[in-house]
Design a protein. Structure first.
Lengths: 510, 348
């Protein structure tokens, strides 16, 4: 139709999809050209996932057409989409951690044809060579014989990308790689590598980049498509929009001004938590710091810096073998989770689904599990009071859908996280809150709500220890920043007096 | 254009930072991989040293041949059990399959009850019986989605039942061909024949696991079945094949055991399961699937067989034998799981 028809890798016209009464996609029309990096953003529930599932053949649209490389296509399943040149890197990694890089690449659906085992017998040399070739296309020098479980997250992500570009493009045209929140589990340095790779992908294909981090989207994408309530509300060249505009387009209202909850240390006040020379063999050693009530200390560090282990040791979820922990001035003995909870420590784990919640339990049950408050009558549960407590939190935190009886596993990530936070905030005696990547994978709207809760916890006198996703987050929210490297504290900054840049922090991380 | 220029201006040290982080992560994990088998071999050496100090008869050629002879059946069964456990399942039917195949073998060979001697077909039919029993377990397990634990527990008794029916009420059939009954214990090149067979099966098992699609898909299923399905792998078929494979190996073990016994017995396999499954786990194969291998199992089997042999030679009273070897098994399993207990704690 148009003159750039030739270079259109993908063209969607009037795609519609409903699930019962839920109109998930309304008349979606977009076009993606060769060599373009498209940012796709939207809150959870905006229809992004549905759209991606249609692109990858998992769902079929109710109406509308999909054209790939100028040919009208119908995907009956994931294999068809792969065959047409569309590869996905999923948010949750889909690699076999016990197999090698080469095998993982070879095992992917359509791409595995040329290394298919003859009589079922593997030709390792051929598999390794073919994988090395694919990896070199994306500029990765990973050894194909490495076991995936030994790789860092960013390298695993590279393997995923290698798999995605192995889609069958034999019929001509160029591949389209969909990166579904590829950076949500990456640390800063790793993200930089991935971004570099994305730029390389432009040489031979197109990219749809889905992310909740607007700064990343702005840095990496040529064009940004914003979805809200099943519709495309904006399709703009990156130069023509600002981050604030994007936020507004996604959420429907302005971003709240970012105000830090700042509390000075009151004179002669007791730190809520004090760590003295804490160490665990092979993980971290000689860590000392203290956090006063109402203050937030952010700990930054790369993978392997020991900050995760440290935060878990403070909560009693892992051992430490030297040093002392003082809570409210009193040293703890034979520390374990049950005691930590009793002394008013809360912990929001990074692995929300595994450690932070009981899937299959309702949101209300989850919320009142640890600190039932009024919801308990001695050993008994008072269902009416529980509903009241849960409903109160649901309203405060704007949890959607507003249904306290629904299985927590069925809420979206952001809303799950709100409930997990509320579980601890429900304790009137919350002294210390340990947060391990609380904003990981949350859309900006949900992230903002959780952020506000963290500030509120500070205002209410809790000391917060935050393991942030990004350095910017640490700088934005922290009163103090602790940098860890190889298990020791390599620097600390009091943000009231120091003003470190992200580069200052990075330099002390390695 | 503007974009690529902006990216070129990005500070270079960010990337080197990340690369250094990456190199560090790869290095640390390298040593860990060979620690486990080395620790096992170390344990075996310590065990051998202790027993040879306790009883000079332990470290004789005759006794070592004896240990390898005793280890052979668990080695053969262990290869199948390793595959089954690698896909995250369990096969408890071993002893039943052994009994059924053993009886089928006796009745089709020259035996004291008479009947026809089918020669090599006796082997074929006996092993085919094991394959079929494995196939039935595998199909029920994958198609009806019953836990393998329960299916094979039932199949154990089905196998024993088949053996009992074949046994009948007549006289006990025994093998009359002395070539068959003495083959296993005969020494070739300093090692018992039956051990050569077991070693060949172990090596074949390791090669299958490393070099065939069957083996690799089994490993990937154990790692993550959902991802395997999403990748279009034929998960159910592969699982069924694993049970067929294990059934076949149990049948071979049943035939060998019967040959060594010289006569038919429905319970010819008794005691093998108890030794094999712990040996697989001690050998480093994770009960959750996906991690482990055949050589680890082989070391585990030799370790446990040496333990049993050494306990007898050290004069532990037969009354205590069972309790002691049970307790030591539990200890060995605890020792094996010790390094993983943190991880276990996370996964609750």
């Amino acid at each position: 139709m148009t003159k750039n028809n030739e270079q259109a890798v993908l063209r969607l016209s009037n795609i519609d999809k409903s699930f019962g009464a839920n109109h998930a996609l309304k008349n979606i029309s977009i076009q993606i050209n060769k060599g373009e990096v498209i940012g796709l953003i939207g809150e959870n529930g905006a229809g992004k996932s549905t759209l991606l599932k249609i692109l990858t053949g998992i769902y079929q649209p109710d109406s509308g057409t999909i054209e790939v490389n100028g040919r009208q296509s119908k995907f009956r399943g994931p294999r068809d989409a792969a065959g047409a040149g569309i590869g996905v890197v999923h948010q949750e990694q889909s690699l076999f951690t016990n197999l090698t890089v080469a095998e993982n690449i070879a095992m992917s659906g359509a791409g595995g044809a040329e290394v298919k085992a003859r009589f079922g017998i593997y030709n390792w040399r051929k598999i390794n060579k073919s994988a090395a070739e694919t990896l070199s296309i994306i500029g990765s020098q990973l050894d194909p014989r490495t076991v995936v479980g030994d790789l860092s997250f960013v390298d695993r992500q590279m393997v995923e990308i290698a798999r995605a570009i192995r889609v069958d493009t034999s019929k001509g045209g160029s591949p389209l790689v969909i990166l579904d929140e590829p950076t949500s589990v990456l640390e800063r340095g790793e993200t930089a590598i991935l971004e570099r790779e994305i730029r390389k992908l432009k040489d031979f294909g197109s990219v749809i980049f889905v992310s909740h981090r607007l700064d990343e989207i702005m840095r990496n994408c040529d064009r940004i498509i914003v979805m809200r309530s099943g519709e495309v509300v904006a399709d703009r060249a990156t130069e023509t929009v600002t981050e604030d505009e994007l936020f507004k387009l996604m959420v429907g209202h302005e971003a709240h001004a970012k105000v830090k909850s700042h509390h000075d240390i009151a004179k002669n006040s007791q730190p809520a938590v004090e760590i003295r020379g804490l160490g665990r063999k092979g993980k971290f050693s000689n860590v000392s710091f203290s956090v006063h009530p109402g203050r937030l200390t952010a700990i930054v560090g790369s993978t392997g810096s020991g900050r995760e282990e440290l935060s878990r040791a403070i909560f009693g979820a892992e051992k430490f073998d030297e040093g002392r922990i003082l809570i409210g001035g009193r040293e703890v003995k034979s520390w374990q989770i049950a005691k930590a909870v009793k002394s008013g420590i809360g912990y929001v784990p990074a692995e929300r689904k595994v450690e932070g919640m009981v899937g299959g339990f309702s949101a209300a049950e989850n919320l009142t599990l640890t600190h039932p408050g009024k919801a308990a009558l001695g050993p008994f549960v008072n269902p009416l009071a529980r509903s009241k407590v849960a409903q109160g939190w649901f309203d405060t935190l704007d949890v959607r859908p507003n249904d306290i009886g629904q299985d927590l596993g069925r809420f979206s990530g952001g809303n799950q996280q709100k409930v997990v936070m509320a579980k601890w905030l429900n304790s009137p005696e919350l002294n210390v809150l340990v947060l391990d990547h609380p904003l990981r994978g949350l859309d900006p709207g949900a992230a903002q709500t959780v952020n506000e809760q963290i500030k509120l916890a500070c205002d209410n006198g809790a000391a917060v220890i935050l393991l942030s996703d990004t350095l910017e987050e640490a700088l934005e929210m922290g009163d103090e920043i602790l940098v860890m490297r190889d298990g020791v504290v390599s620097a600390s900054f009091d943000l009231a007096t120091d003003n470190p840049s992200t580069l200052d922090l990075l330099e002390r991380m390695v | 254009m503007a974009n690529s220029q902006a990216s070129a201006l990005e500070p270079v040290n960010v990337d080197t930072v990340a690369i250094r982080i990456r190199e560090k992560n790869i290095k640390t994990s390298f040593i860990a991989r060979y620690a486990e088998p080395l620790a096992l071999l170390g344990a075996l050496a310590v065990l051998a040293l202790i027993f040879s100090l306790l009883n000079p008869r332990f470290a004789t050629i005759g006794n070592l041949q004896n240990i390898l002879n005793q280890a052979s059946l668990p080695l053969i069964i262990g290869v199948g059990a390793t595959f089954v456990i690698l896909i995250g399942s369990i096969d408890l039917s071993v002893e039943g399959v052994m009994g059924a195949s053993g009886l089928a073998f006796v009745l089709m060979s020259a035996n004291s009850r008479g009947g026809t001697d089918f020669g090599v077909w006796a082997f074929v039919v006996a092993i085919a019986l094991g394959l079929v029993l494995g196939l039935i377990s595998g199909v029920i397990y994958t198609k009806v989605k019953v836990p393998s634990f329960i299916v094979t527990l039932g199949m154990w008794y089905v196998g024993l039942g088949i053996a009992t029916i074949l046994f009948g009420t007549d006289t006990v059939p025994s093998l009359t061909n002395s070539e068959l009954t003495t083959w296993g214990a005969q020494i070739t090149q300093a090692l018992p024949n039956v051990f050569w067979l077991a070693a060949a099966i172990v090596i074949a098992g390791a090669l299958i696991l490393r070099f065939t699609r069957f083996g690799r898909v089994a490993l990937s299923i154990g790692n993550n079945e959902d991802i395997a399905r999403a990748n279009g792998l034929k998960v159910s078929n592969n699982k069924i094949l694993v049970f067929v494979f294990a059934g076949g190996l149990s049948a071979i073990a049943g035939v060998i055991a019967t040959m060594q016994l010289g006569m038919a017995s429905a319970t010819v396999g008794a005691g093998n399961l108890f030794l094999t499954i712990p040996a697989v786990v001690i050998g480093g194969t994770s009960l959750g699937g996906g991690k482990g291998g055949v050589f680890g199992t082989a070391i585990g089997v030799i370790l446990l067989t040496t333990l049993n042999n050494g306990l007898i030679l050290s004069g532990v009273s037969p009354n205590f034998q069972s309790a002691v070897s049970g307790a030591i098994l539990v200890l060995a399993i605890v020792a094996t799981a010790w390094s993983q207990r943190d991880r276990l704690r996370i996964s609750k």
